[in-house]
Write a protein that binds this ligand. Structure first.
Ligand SMILES: NC(=O)c1ccc[n+]([C@@H]2O[C@H](COP(=O)([O-])OP(=O)(O)OC[C@H]3O[C@@H](n4cnc5c(N)ncnc54)[C@H](OP(=O)(O)O)[C@@H]3O)[C@@H](O)[C@H]2O)c1
Length: 270
């Protein structure tokens, strides 16, 4: 292990902690820049054999330069109480907990080190995550660059003001939920009109993949791409008209707004 590697500690090896740790492991550049440490309190969580679990969270904090908190939002305050005597001014505390804001992190870490807030999403598991990022005060520029480099190598990085973090959480953090719901619904629709479930599921998946790739490669607005498949008096326009009459767009907008409102509520409850 090179001594020049920065020590990245991850507390919580659940869905996201695991995705981020494995993302770092699988990326040659990151793997040579970061020495990874983890602490997971649940003995049932299967760590890769070459990743040793620290004895406790405070020991991991002491042995880390960057400490990433990947536990559920309601576990953040007790965790910070447990580790805050181990935090030093040269630490950088990173949290991915939804609805846990920078003020909360600063207060519960007793302002012993600078903090930053990250909002990932689960496609990070396959190297296609979206990461919202905002820094609290006092994060040295070189540390900021390190965090940007880390996240940009794991997916798409979007730096936002903290006031936009809940909006970003509602769109990209919760986004996989909407997309998987849509995917599942399309597959059900195929079954409903007589396709077998396996074919219908494969078609729905490839449809989403193909359309996402086509939209990404095209310079055309999605509305134009949609018009191009809506011939006069054809089948597609009949389906689209139904979606419009039922207010499908409004429903989706309302779903994202509900998620955003819930994020604000969670911040107030914290
Ligand atoms: N999953 C997502 O889509 C997503 C997206 C964006 C952001 N996030 C955020 O990511 C964070 C983690 O979510 P997740 O889905 O990965 O949760 P998760 O699967 O429940 O993983 C959290 C892990 O941390 C463990 N843990 C709890 N307290 C701990 C402590 N004090 N020390 C060490 N380990 C501890 C938990 O053990 P126990 O099970 O025993 O409690 C669990 O194994 C959350 O704050 C969430 O808001 C998640």
């Amino acid at each position: 292990m090179s001594e020049s590697r920065l020590r990245l500690g991850i507390v919580g090896f659940g869905n996201m902690g695991r995705a981020l740790a494995l993302g770092v492991r699988q990326n040659e550049g990151l793997n040579s820049s970061f020495a990874l440490g983890v602490y997971e309190k649940n003995p049932a969580a299967a760590l890769p054999p070459d990743l040793v679990c620290a004895p406790d969270a405070a020991a991991l904090a002491e042995a880390s330069d960057l400490l990433l908190i990947a536990v559920k939002p309601y576990h953040v305050a007790p965790l910070l109480a447990e580790i805050n005597s181990a935090l030093r001014p040269d630490h950088l505390l990173l949290s991915i907990a939804a609805g846990v804001n920078l003020d909360f992190l600063r207060k519960h870490s007793r302002e012993r080190c600078p903090v930053a807030r990250i909002m990932p999403n689960t496609p990070a598991l396959v190297g296609r995550g979206i990461f919202g990022l905002c820094f609290g005060p006092g994060v040295p520029p070189d540390r900021q660059e390190i965090v940007r480099r880390l996240l940009a190598a794991l997916g798409m990085l979007i730096e936002v003001e903290e006031s936009k973090m809940n909006a970003l959480t509602a769109l990209s953090g919760s986004g996989p939920g909407y997309v998987f719901h849509f995917l599942e619904s399309l597959a059900e629709a195929g079954v409903s009109i007589g396709l077998d479930r396996a074919s219908s599921s494969s078609i729905a998946l490839e449809l989403l993949r193909g359309c996402a790739e086509m939209a990404a490669q095209s310079s055309l607005h999605p509305a134009i791409l949609r018009e191009q498949v809506s011939s006069p008096a054809g089948t597609t326009i009949a389906g689209i008209n139904h979606l419009d009459r039922q207010g499908a767009r409004g429903l989706l907008v309302d779903a994202v707004r509900a998620a955003c409102a819930r994020g604000l509520e969670m911040e107030e409850e914290a």
